[in-house]
Design a protein around this ligand. Structure first.
Ligand SMILES: [Zn+2]
Length: 174
């Protein structure tokens, strides 16, 4: 009983790592990239991290999950991320869902759902598809409000900026 008092619950641990992924998403936002962040955790330690930087790197595969998993693989010098958990602020797309299977990640924890392209149940379910040999445990919803509002605020701001640019264009022509 005593020793259990010091132990964090799984929900507390998940919150701690999702907060880190959220900070990474904020870094992406500061660079004008779609704000998504991810960390890979093994034995309670972060072994890989990344945030979306497709525009900066001119690389459509530079999603947060992709960069975090590449980072983790390099750090542990292994192409299999056995017993690892990936925390990401947005539901993975179909490309990243495939990567999760290839990396043999054990558990996926994501915050916000991506209703248009999410591949962990929203638009498709490629993460836990029955045809895969590898089974991934999925958990979602943690810090959902914060992570989705970071995204919606970003898109709103970008739309407003584009509109302002168009209007500037119009007025400079007239
Ligand atoms: Zn992706």
């Amino acid at each position: 009983m005593d020793s259990d008092n010091n132990k964090l619950s799984q929900a507390e641990i998940d919150l701690q790592f999702m907060s880190k992924a959220y900070q990474l998403a904020q870094q992406a936002e500061a660079l004008d990239e779609i704000p998504v962040g991810a960390v890979v955790v093994s034995n309670g330690k972060i072994i890989g991290q990344g945030f979306n930087q497709s525009i900066l790197q001119s690389d459509p595969s530079a999603h947060a999950e992709m960069l975090a998993i590449r980072d983790a693989g390099k750090n542990i010098e292994n192409y299999r991320l056995l017993d690892c958990t990936l925390y990401v602020t947005l539901e993975p797309c179909s490309m990243c869902a495939g990567l999760l299977i290839h990396s043999r990640i054990k558990r996926l924890v994501f915050a916000a759902n991506d209703l248009k392209t999410g591949a962990a149940g929203s638009a498709f379910n490629l993460v836990t598809h029955e045809k895969h040999n590898h089974k991934i445990e999925v958990c979602s919803g943690i810090m959902k409000e914060q992570c989705s509002s970071l995204l919606s605020t970003f898109f709103k701001r970008r739309r407003a900026e584009k509109k302002a640019l168009k209007q500037q264009d119009k007025s400079s022509k007239s």
